[in-house]
Design a protein around this ligand. Structure first.
Ligand code: CA
Length: 372
């Protein structure tokens, strides 16, 4: 597998060169654009479609930051106009809209496209899989991004990681989960692979828009829901509609958000503007993870101190069974789809590689910190 996380220079040198290249590029590229960008050179305007409501905390604000960074890193030469979900296309049509060129760039989560590209799911989050820190190693330095770009290539898309929510929560439940018996018939809002695992465990997964979750939980239309983590869950007011807040988010241990660029629009960019897009995506990955970490910590304290939320951990017995079902599912999907098999093999190789190091480093220090 190729080890080419960025297809040009290193992070530091691209930042340094971007400014100089912008100044030098002047109007040399031609192509009919205007030649009055701040640093000289053709001015390009892109449309960005997103899967999020405007200014939605973490995800929507992350997309807005991406647009802002691209504009500023390019010295105003490449500007990005953001359209929130439903403003230009519905949230779940981002993939198709960017693929056909309705917009040049999109911000979303790759597991939404599992019906079109089953292997895409590994580039958002895999149940019981990699954490944010771990998956960044694979994406940026272990060949993950190159694989991701390969599986999107037939759709005319160039994907990048652009954000990470960190470890999510298990969700809000109106009854306690003590054993697998409590999963039987459980109606829960849970998308993606997590939903499929719940279904195979005897539950009934449902998907619904953010705006519908609170009422569905409060009226008993659903028994449980996962959403994101304390920050976003507090904002939806879910503590008013359910009694127990379960952890951990076995279904999403570290969810990547994605930026996908239309291949023709990407190829038309000069090198320094491609670098501006890549570096902006990397900056959003780092920043979004930091933003979720801070706000989740603040919101968890608020949920416990002000709203008396009862935290619960899923029983080991239930987690072990869900894990077993997950492995079966991954192997079954591998047999059905060659791309899925290829990405799963690479993901598993990296998992085997990183696990011994995580155990003696981050995992060990976290446990040690609590023992001492
Ligand atoms: Ca979630």
């Amino acid at each position: 597998m190729s080890r080419k996380p960025l297809n040009r220079r290193s992070f530091v040198s691209t930042v340094g060169l971007a400014g100089a290249a912008t100044a030098l590029a002047a109007c040399s590229k031609g192509g009919g654009g205007e030649c009055d960008g701040e640093g000289g050179g053709e001015r390009i305007e892109w449309k960005m479609v997103t899967a999020w409501p405007r200014d939605f905390p973490g995800l929507g604000t992350g997309a807005a930051r991406l647009a802002d960074y691209i504009g500023r890193l390019s010295g105003g030469q490449l500007t990005v106009k953001l359209f929130a979900g439903n403003e230009l296309v519905p949230p779940l049509e981002v993939f198709d809209a960017v693929s056909r060129g309705t917009a040049e760039i999109g911000h979303s989560a790759s597991y939404y496209w599992k019906g079109k590209v089953p292997a895409a799911q590994f580039f958002s989050s895999t149940p019981f899989g990699l954490t944010a820190q771990e998956i960044n190693g694979w994406i940026y330095h272990g060949g993950g991004l190159a694989l991701w770009q390969e599986v999107y290539a037939p759709h005319g898309l160039v994907p990048f990681a652009a954000g990470n929510s960190g470890t999510q929560m298990g969700g809000w439940f109106n009854k306690e989960i003590r054993s697998m018996a409590d999963i039987q018939g459980l109606k829960m809002r849970i998308p993606g692979m997590g939903g499929e695992i719940l279904r195979r465990a005897g539950g009934t997964p449902v998907t619904m828009a953010a705006s519908e979750i609170y009422t569905a939980l409060q009226t008993g239309t659903i028994d449980a829901t996962e959403w994101v983590g304390p920050w976003n869950d507090l904002a939806l007011g879910l503590f008013n509609a359910a009694k127990y807040y379960y952890h951990p988010g076995w279904q999403e241990p570290g969810s990547i958000l994605e930026a996908m660029v239309n291949k023709a629009a990407w190829d038309a960019l000069p090198d320094h503007l491609q670098a501006a897009v890549e570096v902006a995506c990397q900056a959003v990955t780092t920043d979004m993870c930091a933003e979720f970490t801070w706000h989740n910590a603040v919101a968890l304290r608020q949920l416990q101190d002000e709203h008396d939320v009862e935290l619960r951990a899923f029983p080991d017995e239930v987690m072990a069974e869900f894990h077993r079902i997950t492995v079966d599912y991954l192997e079954e999907q591998s047999a059905a789809d060659p791309d899925f098999a290829r990405v799963y093999a690479a993901y598993s190789d990296y998992y085997s590689l990183i696990r011994p190091f995580s155990q003696i480093s981050e995992q060990y220090i976290l446990n040690l910190r609590d023992r001492t």
